[in-house]
Design a protein around this ligand. Structure first.
Ligand code: SAH
Length: 400
């Protein structure tokens, strides 16, 4: 089916951005089915792109290709192969058996996320288009990876915008426990010579923050002999690495008791000194204030909060939240102490984030320098035509 764009609305497609918003298309006689493949034509009927149709979403179509070529199993096989080959070239899995194999728009497959944890694949389908092709994707993933099990974690809120219900469970494979719907135990993954138990069935995202892989390693390298505070620690990615790097002490803070349990488990799993480790359940905003009032201090603070600003609309409120925790962290740091601070908010770009951190240091009355800029790991690439794919930014600052 053809979809005609309004005059002038072809510009983003000519720049190879893969989204078409509902306001850009001319009224339709017949509405295509959810996820169906459509041709996007300019107002003067020139072919622009072949895309999937999302009837409920403001993002009404997402581009599969800008060429006049068939969208079929072989088309997706090539995309999946290219994505896996890139990970292999960059040897992401050389140091880890947990890797993001497909990162949606960034790998040319809008809506599809696939993470590999050892021999298991965890798939997230987030859009009408990826839902339409889900069974094909599942077959291809088994064929192209040699894995035999795929667990689906299509329970992210964004599916609602696409008119899709949450869906989780075994998608491929004959795991007797999972196929009977028995809650699955964690899977143990290996990353840079450390082990982590990952709750792929119930954890955040697909269970683990793969995007922080290299940044965790950097924290390990910097943590020796330091008193470390790991805020928003989740299942202990940074805490485990800090202890493995020889930290003097690590305090892990999170509001989720379940996450803290897994954090302790991960420290035991790696035979790290539990006597150097403390967990504290609570709200980071309040606890940082309490630490300030108690005159506590640290040599290294990691701040890896949840997404405060999913889109630019939320940027103002998010700015206040980022500033608040970073200001308090600067106060709690000893002289020459290291702040490793992140934002995973798409609505706060790198320049704004740096400005916020500068404002936090200023208001804390401290002088500090940026020593390193951090980002998402290379298995979360960014298409040059889809800058929205870049969301994780981090700064390593030293307090003077
Ligand atoms: N650093 C982690 C990922 C952090 S995810 C890693 O590398 O694996 C964000 C975490 O923040 C979640 O575990 C969530 O439970 C926690 N969280 C969210 N709001 C919080 C708050 N106000 N105080 C403490 N923890 C919070």
């Amino acid at each position: 089916m053809n979809i005609l764009l309004k005059a002038g609305r072809e510009k983003s497609l000519l720049r190879r951005h893969p989204w078409i918003f509902s306001g850009a298309i001319q009224p339709l006689d017949d509405e295509p089915a959810s996820g169906a493949t459509v041709d996007l034509l300019s107002f003067n009927k020139q072919f622009l792109a072949r895309a999937s149709y999302s009837p409920s979403s403001q993002i009404r179509a997402r581009v599969w290709t800008f060429e006049d070529e068939p969208i079929d199993k072989e088309f997706f096989r090539q995309k999946i192969r290219a994505a896996i080959a890139m990970r292999s070239t960059f040897q992401v899995s050389g140091f880890s058996d947990a890797v993001r194999l497909i990162y949606a728009e960034s790998d040319g497959i809008p809506g599809l996320i696939v993470d590999r944890y050892g021999d298991m694949l965890v798939l997230q389908s987030l859009t009408a288009g990826s839902e339409y092709w889900k069974e094909t994707f599942a077959d291809l993933l088994l064929e192209e990876t040699g894995c035999s099990t795929i667990y689906e974690r299509s329970d992210a809120d964004v599916r609602e915008l696409e008119g899709l219900k949450p869906n989780s469970g075994l998608l491929r494979g004959d795991n007797p426990q999972l196929s009977q719907g028995i809650p699955a135990g964690p899977i143990t993954i290996h990353e840079h010579a450390l082990k982590f138990n990952v709750n792929f069935a119930s954890g955040h995202k697909t269970g683990f923050y793969l995007d922080q892989r290299l940044n965790r390693l950097r924290v390990r390298e910097l943590a020796k002999d330091k008193d470390v505070l790991d805020c928003f620690c989740y299942t202990g990615g940074f805490s485990v690495n800090a202890l493995a790097g020889g930290a003097k002490s690590v305090l892990s803070v999170d509001s989720s008791a379940d996450a803290l349990e897994l954090c302790k488990e991960n420290i035991a799993l790696n035979h790290l000194p539990s006597e150097k480790h403390t967990v504290l359940e609570g709200d980071v905003f309040q606890l940082l204030r309490k630490f300030r009032d108690e005159n506590r201090s640290f040599d290294m603070i990691v701040l890896d909060p949840p997404k405060f600003a999913p889109t630019a609309m939320h940027a103002k409120k998010a700015t206040r939240a980022y500033k608040d925790i970073n200001l308090l962290a600067f106060k709690l740091l000893r002289s020459n102490g290291i702040l490793v601070t992140f934002s995973c908010s798409g609505g706060v770009d790198e320049a704004l984030f740096q400005k916020i951190i500068a404002g936090a240091a200023l208001d804390a009355g401290v002088d500090a320098q940026i020593v390193e800029h951090l980002a998402q790991a290379p298995d979360h690439p960014v298409s040059l035509h889809f800058p929205e794919g870049a969301y994780l930014k981090g700064l390593v600052c030293v307090k003077r």
